[in-house]
Structure formats: C-alpha cells, structure tokens
Design a protein around this ligand. Sequence first.
Ligand code: ADP
Ligand code: MG
Length: 226
Amino acid sequence: MIWYDSTFISAPDEQLFCSDYWQKQDKVLGSAQGRGTTWFVETEHLPAALRHYRRGGLFGKLVRDQYWFNGWHNTRSFREFSLLSKLIEADVNVPRPLAAMAVRSGLYYRADLLSEKIANAQDLVAILQSGALEKLAYHRIGAEIRAMHDVGVNHTDLNIHNLLIDDQNKVWIIDFDKCAEQPGESWKQDNLSRLKRSFEKELGRYQIHWQLEDFDELLKGYELGK
Ligand SMILES: Nc1ncnc2c1ncn2[C@@H]1O[C@H](COP(=O)(O)OP(=O)(O)O)[C@@H](O)[C@H]1O
Ligand SMILES: [Mg+2]
C-alpha cells in the first residue's frame, strides 16, 4: 500500500522507497545515520529524506524491520504520514510528507517513509558542538514545541537529535515514528522533561555548549508560543 501527495509525487511506485533505485539514477544527495540510514534523494520536485522503519534494542536485532500487521491505518508509515500532514496544516515546522509505503507479508509488514528534506539544516547536537545558542534561538525552539503541543501531538522521542535549525534560524521538529495525537496535558511535561534529559546526556557525551539556564529560556519560549 502506498499513500502519497500528488502535488509532489506523480508516479507512486515502490521503487521510490528503494535506495538502490536512487543510487542507480545517481540521485542520492547524501545520508544521515540514526537508528538506520536516512537517504537524501533528489525527487522530481524536491530533495527528500527516505527512511526505512527499524526497531531499536535487542528485540530489534531479531526481527529488525518487521512489525505486526494490524490494519493499514495502524502501520508506522501511514501513522507518521498522517501526523505530519496534520502538523503541516497547523503550520508547525515539520518535514512535508511526500509518500509512505507499507508492504504486508502474512502477519507482518515492513514500512518506509519519504518526506521533504529540510534544506540547510543541522541538528541541535551538531550545532551545540560548535558553539552556544543565543536566548532567542531557545525561545524559538520552545515556541515550536508549544505549537506541536497545541495541535495535541505527543512527541514520544523528543530529543536534541530530532530538532533541527536551518540557515534561516527556523526550528524544525522531525522523527514522528510512534508519536500520536493524545488528549490531556500530562504528557506535555513528559516531553519537556525528556528533552531536558537529552541536553544533559549529550553534555556528558559530546561536550555540547549548553547550560541549565538555557533550558529556562526554552521554557519561556514555550510559555509565549509562536
Ligand atoms: N526530513 C529531514 N530533513 C533533513 N534531515 C533529516 C530529515 N529526516 C531525518 N534527517 C536526518 O536523519 C537523521 C535520522 O532520521 P530520523 O528521522 O531522526 O530517524 P531515526 O532517529 O529513527 O534514525 C536525523 O537525526 C537527521 O539528521
Ligand atoms: Mg531521530
């Protein structure tokens, strides 16, 4: 099954989700390493990021990229595709979803997502490794998270690898695998606490230029919103 935005994709085909296909056409722009490899490819209208869904942890070593099939609309790729569409509609800075695929084989499925590549952007870890950010940047980060929360979206993996800033100082939130709309409020604080722990963790690992007071600025931005 393939879901796609016809504004950007004219011929939905499973090849679109195959990195070899792009390689053979010499249309691979680069790649990024996360849980797996994210490929950046030049699609007909715009540069895109191609990601295959993979499991993390020990269990992931056994079944790697297979998920229990529980209906097309419950697949990882369809859920992320719809969530991104919803966030785009609400003017939250997230990659535009271009196409999503789920391939069923018996009780299981595999999945892939093609989304807009955020141009000229770096993640917060990379940025903070080269220097500190000003207060205004933290305000913008907080405000973007607030905008996502105002739509009711719980980002269950909100860490500083999943926040990008581009050369126009625009903040982008990425990686919505396993995220969902959720009623209530308590998870919003959980997102923020997780993000704070992520700064602290990378401070120890990568010596990023960050201090506790910077998080207060982020929270100020969150309170004010966009
Ligand atoms: N749409 C995008 N535009 C630019 N860079 C991206 C985009 N999607 C992913 N990346 C880069 O690829 C990395 C891994 O992608 P991500 O979606 O976070 O997957 P995961 O963390 O599950 O491997 C990100 O940290 C980021 O550097
Ligand atoms: Mg990620």
